[in-house]
Design a protein around this ligand. Structure first.
Ligand code: PEP
Ligand code: MG
Length: 747
């Protein structure tokens, strides 16, 4: 880089810094900045365009174009050269603007007199804020050094915008992050919440983007990078011998931390007059812009690694963001790009709601949020860039909508819904101890699904009569290494203690498909949902199965014990697993451990095949539980995780209900207790129909027990059965319309 440019840019940044320190605000400040940029770059025109809304850019200040055009000239994303810069996030540099692709003539600005055009995006960590443009009459290509200098200035402008330096009249000048926004995502856990933003990883705000002592800044950068390297090396040391993938990530970190190119670019930025943290952020912004364009998953991951590393470096340099959660705002709503289940559990029930920029309905964080009954919305684009710590926020987990800094009318509407929810909760609490007997005298057992220690208080709060499904894999999923047998014994003991004699059905490890243990060798499979999962893994990895069975037997320590094997597709799998239980019992007896008072061993019916198993299976199994989530996906051949098909087939489809009726019949003929433990058990209308088909035990999320009980108490299953039978005879595809009408008529 030419020394001349270096000095020029430094001078320009020096003047910008003076400007930042000046009293001028809003429009006046912006006007002065365009003037000094044009002057320094020796161009006739310098203009700043800022986003007025997500799609509209507005000319907010100019030196050289017609002053009347300010706050009048607007363009959409992608429109004209300015819109092209904004959309692509890339520089446009042309000596002949009128003949460049996308040029749009705007008479009000008088810009036809200018030939050369250089536009650079104003963006901050991937958030598009506007475009900075210089133009000159003379037809010339701006040099690489000039482009670079303008990019540095744009970065400083973005930083100043973040600090509210341009606050003033007009929407485009109104303070960033103060307008109300509504963002949509996917509902992952229902419920409404009102509270204040808590950023899991707060944005670091660079308050000093310009520095006048490059030597000192270079030193600061080097010291910080050294600290970062030592940190990464330490993590690598700790992880040696551990998981291969984790090591690969750390190796990639180390590669970046030692990357000469990365360091060189940041040092060049510093030489131009940026502070060390501004240099890091500039590189990070550019990496994020690239991330948006890269589709290769490997490259994307590496860019994400670099992003993470830059965050760490920024935290070291600024000392910001090293919070320990002790300063959570009142009614905290957690905002994050993504969060691991372990971190989420640490926050626990202190959170009122969760909003994730990424995340997914089937993720482990979702499982935890559901267990804790915290409203959760996933896939909410831009939330981590839009939200600031402490912002007022409303979460609608039913619709998957988030209102950030909401208007009063919106806030009031959501508050009404929250109040209605609270009223319903009161109603459910009042029937908590009432046994579930339908109007026509059928006794239905309502039990709950659980899997985390955090679920245990729900045993009392919900009115559940026991635990119909304890997903033991959750404890395995939220850890970084295989738990020890003794740890499992303690956990299962705590579960049984909390149940105080109520029946708990422990499902053995159900891993595979979407539940991947981070510390187990990952086997790439073309169709994991149809692959090596659940009991199939258990039977192939007997050591793990035995360890879990031993832990269960020891935790029971003389108390009754119920064990259930997941995903049994054919009878032999169950017999083999049962044989393993018997062997473990013998071993435990020999070792002098107290055996359970009673032991039941059941199977989950999650593939249609098991419904057609030989009679011997139904005679021998102690109980059967229908895993409706999996059963439905295989019955209809529709992936439960795939949003395109997930909702296509109704549970109340007559084919599926007939199939359930057949399962009930087979179990009844051998007096085999039967339950249903998929998500549908917790949906009031579905639960009613399942009960009408003859299912007597429904296992569901604790929060569903109140609503399901409340409809069952008022239901006459006999007449519902007739409604269902009639709809079937009429040849309807789903009984839902008929059932809904019947419910409406019942009031
Ligand atoms: C099911 O498949 O219905 C079930 C209860 O198991 P999971 O959702 O854990 O696969
Ligand atoms: Mg299942």
């Amino acid at each position: 880089m030419a020394d001349g440019t270096e000095t020029e840019s430094r001078k320009l940044l020096g003047r910008l810094r003076e400007e930042m320190a000046s009293e001028a605000a809003g429009q006046e400040r912006l006007d002065r900045i365009t003037h000094l940029i044009a002057d320094s770059i020796r161009a006739e025109v310098c203009s700043v365009y800022l986003f007025r809304d997500e799609d509209t850019l507005e000319l907010c200040a100019t030196e050289g174009l017609a002053p009347e055009a300010v706050h009048k000239t607007r363009m959409r994303m992608g429109e004209g050269l300015v819109g092209r810069v904004a959309q692509s996030g890339k520089v446009v540099n042309t000596p002949d603007a009128p003949s460049a692709k996308g040029f749009r003539y705007m008479p009000e600005t008088g810009e036809e007199r200018f030939s050369s055009f250089l536009g650079v995006p104003v963006q901050r960590l991937g958030e598009k804020l506007g475009v900075l443009v210089v133009q000159s009459r003379e037809a010339r290509q701006f040099s690489a050094d000039e482009v670079y200098a303008l990019e540095v200035v744009a970065m400083v402008l973005a930083e100043m915008a973040e600090l509210g330096a341009f606050v003033g009249e007009g929407a485009a000048l109104s303070p960033l992050h103060q307008q109300s926004v509504q963002l949509s995502g996917g509902p992952a856990q229902e419920g409404y919440a009102e509270g204040h933003v808590w950023l899991h990883e707060p944005r670091v705000v660079v308050t000093n983007p310009i520095a006048d002592d490059p030597h000192r800044e270079r030193e600061r950068l080097n010291e910080a990078v050294e600290e970062l390297r030592v940190g990464v090396d330490k993590m690598l040391e700790i992880s040696q011998g551990g998981d291969k993938e984790q090591l690969q990530v750390l190796e990639a970190y180390r590669m970046f931390a030692n990357s000469k190119g990365w360091m060189r670019r940041m040092e060049e930025d510093i030489a131009l007059g940026l502070s060390a943290e501004a240099a890091v952020e500039k590189e990070q912004s550019q990496a994020r812009a690239r991330m948006g364009q890269v589709t290769d998953p490997y490259l994307r991951e590496r860019l994400a690694d670099l992003d993470d590393l830059s965050n760490r470096l920024l935290r070291i340099l600024t000392g910001q963001g090293n919070t320990n959660g002790s300063d959570l705002p009142p009614d905290p709503i957690l905002i994050a790009r993504n969060i691991g289940p372990g971190d989420l559990l640490e926050y626990g029930r202190s959170l009122k709601g969760i909003v994730l920029e990424e995340g997914s309905v089937g993720s482990h964080a979702t499982i935890v949020a559901r267990a804790l009954a915290i409203p959760l919305v996933v896939h909410v684009g831009r939330i981590t860039t839009e939200a600031l710590n402490g912002d007022h926020i409303l979460v609608d987990g039913d619709q998957g909508i988030v209102h950030l800094r909401p208007e009063d009318t919106v806030a009031n509407a959501v508050r009404d819904k929250i109040a209605m929810q609270a009223k319903a909760q009161e109603r459910y609490a009042s029937i908590r101890e009432t046994p579930t007997v339908t109007r026509d005298g059928e006794r239905i057992n309502l039990v709950m699904n659980a899997g985390l220690m955090a679920d245990l208080p729900s045993l009392n709060n919900s009115g559940a009569e026991g635990v119909g499904l304890f997903r033991t894999e959750l404890q395995f999923l939220i850890r970084n290494q295989m738990p020890k047998r003794s740890e499992l014994v303690t956990q299962y003991q705590r579960v049984l203690d909390a149940a105080e004699g109520k029946r708990v059905i422990f499902r053995t490890l159900d891993i595979g498909s979407d539940k991947v243990l981070p510390y187990m060798k990952h086997v790439a499979e073309p169709n994991p949902a149809l692959g090596w999962r659940a009991i199939r893994v258990g039977l192939d990895k007997r050591g793990v199965m035995r360890m879990q069975l031993q832990a269960l037997l020891r935790a029971a320590n003389g108390r009754p014990l119920s064990i259930m094997f997941p995903f049994v597709a054919q009878a032999d799998e169950f017999y083999e697993a049962r044989w393993e239980v018997n062997k473990t019992i013998e071993r435990e007896k020999r070792l002098g451990h107290i055996l359970p008072e009673t032991l039941e061993v059941g199977a989950m019916l999650e593939t249609p095949s098991l419904a057609f198993a030989p009679q011997k299976f139904f005679d021998e199994v102690d109980f059967v539980s229908v895993g409706g989530n999996d059963l439905k996906q295989f019955f209809f051949a529709a992936d439960r995780e795939n949003e395109l098909v997930r909702r296509r087939y109704d549970t109340l489809n007559v084919s599926f209900l007939s199939f359930i009726a057949q399962i009930v019949e087979r179990c009844n003929s051998s007096n085999t207790p039967l339950s249903f433990c998929g998500e549908d058990a917790g949906r009031p209308v579905e639960a009613l129909c399942l009960a009408a088909m003859g299912i007597r035990t429904l296992s569901m999320r604790p929060a569903s027990i109140g609503p399901v009980k409340s409809v069952l108490l008022r239901a006459d299953l006999q007449s519902l059965r007739k409604i269902i039978a009639d709809a079937r005879h009429r040849g309807e595809q789903s009984v839902r319309p008929a059932v809904m009408e019947w419910l409406r008529n019942q009031g």
